[in-house]
Every structure is written in structure tokens, then in C-alpha cells.
Design a protein. Structure first.
Length: 256
């Protein structure tokens, strides 16, 4: 009897130690210059992947795998999957992947190959799904383009890129994060019409954090609640100041 009790206790203790010493949840943010943080003075601190890492907090590690001007399509002028940073993202063996590509694909020289968009997106997703970690892959709808710039245009995003992403998401049973709709009231946070400023990056990070934590809250590895969520009814600038902090704390309490 004592021997059996000892074995049971050993199993319980081993399980508890395993739970306490579990790995950090690795999040890879795949994307273009918007992910990279182009136009943000301190992008190492204020790009949306870096803000997302702070919002998720302890137990998560977020890395920025964004690179400027890259396309999802392999026939585009600068394909993401041709880059070393893509191979770095795979080598990172993430547990969660967010993919935010498609903006540069709307340029005329790239969109002429739009028939390959869905196949290339499937290829990109599959390359992550086949990793040993079998990560959860989220497809992000591109944020709006306020006015046509460098060949990038919102009309092609809306009638072309977004329907393609949604179709692939349905086929592959992938979650979609609608950054386009979330950002529409805040296009003034795009000073060059394409790239978000610091507040815009914070807004994206809050939307992502909201969705990720809602999903992983059911995962046994996750034991904490989010400190606060982005309120879509308020301007991203309202996160500043004492009033915003007080509202955030109240929101966090309601989530508990």
C-alpha cells in the first residue's frame, strides 16, 4: 500500500513540476512593413508585435518576422517566402502564427498574378502547420489603405485580397482576425496612408491580443487572464492617460 501511495505521489509531483516548468508560448508575427514597423520611430519597442508581447505578458514570447515591401504571392516583385526571415520564422518553431500579408500584392505589377494568391497562401500556412509544434495559424485581414499609395489601394484589398483570405480560411478551417474592419474608424492613424503610427500599431496589437487570449484561455497551459482589452468603440489614443488606465483596469476586472 505504501509503495503504491509513493508511486501516486511521485506521478502527481512530476506532473506539477512539469506544469510549472512548461515552455513559453512562442508567437510569430509574419508580415510586411506594417508588421516590421516602418515609420515608427522606436519600432523595436512600438511595432505591433512588440506591443503584443507586452500585452500578453509572462508566459509568452512574441517575435517580429515582418519585412518591408514583401508580397504573399511568389510571383510578386518581392515574395516573402524567398526571404531568410521566412526561414527564421520556421526555425523559431512557434506555437502561434499570425500572418498579415497581402497589402503589397495589390500593386498592379503584383496583382496581375492574383490567380496564384490562394495557392501561395495555402503553401505558406502549410509550411507552418507541418512544423513539429503544429502551431495555431491566424490569418489577418490587411488594415485599410487610406488613399492609393505606391500602387497599394484599398479597393483591391476589399474586393480581391480579403475574399481570397476568407476563402482559404474556410477551406483550411483557420481563424480570421479582421484588422480591416477594426481599423476603418482610425485611418487617421496612417500618416502616409499605408503604415500605422505608434498609436495605430498599438491598436493592432490590442485587437490581436483580444482574439488570441480569448482563444487560448481554454488551453490548460494558460492560467492568467488578460490585463485589459482594446475597446473598439474608442480611439487608440484613448489608451493614454490616467482615464484610459482606469478604464483598462475596470475592463480587466469584468473579464475575470
Amino acid at each position: 500500500m505504501n509503495k503504491r501511495l509513493g508511486m501516486v505521489l511521485l506521478v502527481l509531483v512530476t506532473g506539477l513540476l512539469s506544469a510549472v516548468g512548461q515552455e513559453v508560448i512562442r508567437v510569430a508575427c509574419v508580415g510586411n512593413s506594417i508588421t516590421f514597423g516602418t515609420g515608427i520611430k522606436d519600432r523595436e519597442h512600438d511595432s505591433y508585435p512588440m506591443v503584443l508581447g507586452r500585452l500578453l505578458g509572462k508566459g509568452y514570447e512574441v517575435r517580429n518576422f515582418g519585412i518591408a515591401a514583401r508580397t504573399l504571392m511568389n510571383k510578386g516583385d518581392r515574395p516573402y517566402m524567398n526571404e531568410q526571415i521566412y526561414r527564421d520564422a520556421l526555425a523559431y518553431n512557434p506555437n502561434i502564427v499570425t500572418i498579415k500579408l497581402g497589402t503589397n500584392d495589390t500593386k498592379p505589377q503584383n496583382w496581375q498574378y492574383n490567380e496564384s494568391f490562394k495557392d501561395d497562401l495555402r503553401e505558406l500556412v502549410k509550411s507552418f502547420q507541418d512544423l513539429p509544434t503544429h502551431p495555431a495559424v491566424y490569418l489577418c485581414l490587411p488594415i485599410p489603405c487610406r488613399q492609393p499609395q505606391w500602387g497599394i489601394n484599398d479597393s483591391t484589398i476589399v474586393v480581391g485580397v480579403i475574399p481570397y483570405i476568407r476563402q482559404v480560411a474556410r477551406e483550411m478551417h483557420l481563424p480570421v482576425i479582421d484588422l480591416h474592419t477594426a481599423f476603418l474608424p482610425y485611418v487617421h492613424l496612417l500618416p502616409d496612408n499605408v503604415h500605422p503610427n505608434k498609436d495605430g500599431a498599438s491598436l493592432i496589437a490590442h485587437v490581436l491580443c483580444d482574439r488570441l487570449l480569448k482563444d487560448v484561455r481554454h488551453d490548460k497551459r494558460v492560467t492568467r487572464q488578460p490585463r485589459f482589452f482594446y475597446n473598439k468603440k474608442k480611439d487608440a489614443r484613448s489608451h493614454k492617460g490616467n482615464t484610459a488606465s482606469r478604464n483598462s483596469r475596470l475592463s480587466a476586472r469584468r473579464q475575470r
